[in-house]
Write a protein that binds this ligand. Structure first.
Ligand code: HEC
Length: 105
């Protein structure tokens, strides 16, 4: 075990130093998985476009700030009892913002 820790530690430190952006990407990737899994199908149906991404890109979007994006995600999550953890909501928010909305943090 000691050997394992010794041999892994430098790798972990290097990975940590290199990868704050990789971490961010992982969160975004998690957000995408959640969106595909829990959100996409219903949005596809609701918009009538058959494309669950369209709701985020619609021209009459009510989501005009990052705060509104987060509250919309909460509304969908809570109202529909999707049972997302707060971290998952945050990841979905990161993904949607990066992919569609591009609000400044
Ligand atoms: C059972 C259906 C359903 C599910 C599941 C659902 N939503 Fe929605 N969502 C809606 C509807 C309907 C609207 C449009 C509401 C409106 O126009 O007021 C909407 C709108 C939104 C919007 C606003 C889009 C815009 O720019 O106007 C966001 C953001 C959103 N949903 C996020 C999510 C996320 C994230 C999930 C999954 C964790 C999710 N929703 C799951 C039905 C759903």
């Amino acid at each position: 075990m000691k050997f394992l820790i010794h041999s892994l530690a430098p790798t972990l430190v290097a990975a940590f130093l290199l990868s704050s952006s990789v971490f961010a990407n992982e969160l975004v990737a998690n957000g995408k998985v959640i969106d595909q899994d829990k959100c996409y199908a219903c949005h596809a149906k609701k918009t009538g476009f058959g494309n669950g991404d369209m709701i985020y890109a619609r021209s009459d979007s009510k989501v005009t700030t990052l705060a509104k994006l987060n509250s919309m995600i909460s509304v969908c999550n809570t109202e529909l009892r999707l049972d997302l953890f707060p971290e998952d909501e945050a990841d979905v928010s990161k993904y949607l913002n990066e992919q569609f909305y591009n609000f400044k943090p």
